[in-house]
Design a protein around this ligand. Structure first.
Ligand code: SAM
Length: 215
C-alpha cells in the first residue's frame, strides 16, 4: 500500500517536492489509502471494468507491468478464488493473495516462458499490460521503448488468447501509435480507446481494449 511520507523533515529538490505535493494531494492517491489499494492505477482498471465489463469470476488473467500491484489486486478480487491471476514485473512485488507473481524483464524470453509454464495450456480470458519504461522525458528515447513493451505484450496475447479473448494495453500517443492500432485491428474484431478519469490529462497514455481475438 502507498505510505504517507514519515514526519521527518529532510530537504528534497524542487522537482521532487512538487511531484510529492501533486501525488499526496491527488484524490485517487487518497482514495487508495482508504480502500487499501497499492496504487492509484487501481481506479483506472475499476473504471474500465465498470464500462467494459472486463472481469467475471473464474477468469484467467495475465497482468504485465504489475508492480506495485494495484491492477493485480482488482483482478484477483474480481476473478475470485476460482480464477487465476498471473502477474509479472521487472520490479519486486509484495505477495498478494490469489496472484502468482513472476519477477523479470519482459524483454527477456525467460519471462514469457515462465508465464507460459504457469499457464499450463489453460486458455486465457484477458491479457493486460500497464507496462511503461522509466521515462527520461525525451520522446525519442521513451516512445520506442514503450512501443517495444506493448508489442511484446501483444505477442504474448496472440500466443495465449483463444479466439474471442481480450487484450487491454496502455499505449503512449506518439510515433508508432497509429501503426499499433492498425495491428490490433488486424487481430481483433473490435478495438476501443479509453482514457479513464484516473489517467492524468497531461499524460500521453491511453488504453486500447481489443476484443474478439481472431485466433
Ligand atoms: C505504471 S506501472 C504499473 C502499475 C500497476 N499496473 C499497478 O496497478 O500498480 C508500470 C510498470 O511497468 C514495469 N516495467 C517497465 N519496464 C518493464 C520491463 N521491461 N519488464 C517488466 N516490467 C516492466 C515497471 O516496473 C512498472 O512497475
Amino acid at each position: 500500500m502507498q505510505q504517507k511520507p514519515p514526519g521527518r523533515k529532510r530537504s528534497v529538490s524542487k522537482t521532487s517536492a512538487s511531484w510529492m505535493k501533486e501525488h499526496f494531494d491527488d484524490q485517487y492517491v487518497k482514495q487508495s489509502w482508504q480502500d487499501g489499494y497499492r496504487s492509484r492505477a487501481s481506479y483506472k482498471l475499476l473504471e474500465l471494468d465498470e464500462k467494459d465489463k472486463l472481469f467475471r469470476s473464474g477468469m484467467t488473467v495475465i497482468d504485465l507491468g504489475a508492480a506495485p500491484g494495484g491492477w493485480s489486486q482488482v483482478a484477483a478480487e474480481k476473478v475470485g478464488p476460482e480464477g487465476v491471476v498471473i502477474a509479472s514485473d521487472i520490479l519486486e512485488m509484495d505477495a498478494l493473495a490469489g496472484v502468482d507473481f513472476i519477477q523479470g524483464d519482459f524483454t527477456e524470453g525467460s519471462v514469457l516462458n515462465a508465464v507460459l509454464e504457469r499457464l499450463r495450456n489453460r486458455p486465457v480470458d484477458l491479457v493486460m499490460s500497464d507496462m511503461a519504461p522509466n521515462m527520461s522525458g525525451m520522446a525519442a528515447i521513451d516512445q520506442p521503448q514503450a512501443m517495444y513493451l506493448v508489442e511484446l505484450a501483444l505477442e504474448l496475447a496472440r500466443e495465449t488468447l483463444p479466439p474471442g479473448g481480450r487484450f487491454l494495453a496502455k499505449v503512449f500517443q506518439g510515433e508508432g501509435f497509429d501503426a499499433y492500432l492498425k495491428e490490433l485491428r488486424g487481430s481483433f474484431d473490435r478495438v476501443v480507446t479509453r482514457k479513464p478519469g484516473a489517467s492524468r490529462a497531461r499524460s500521453r497514455e491511453v488504453y486500447f481494449l481489443a476484443e474478439g481475438f481472431r485466433g
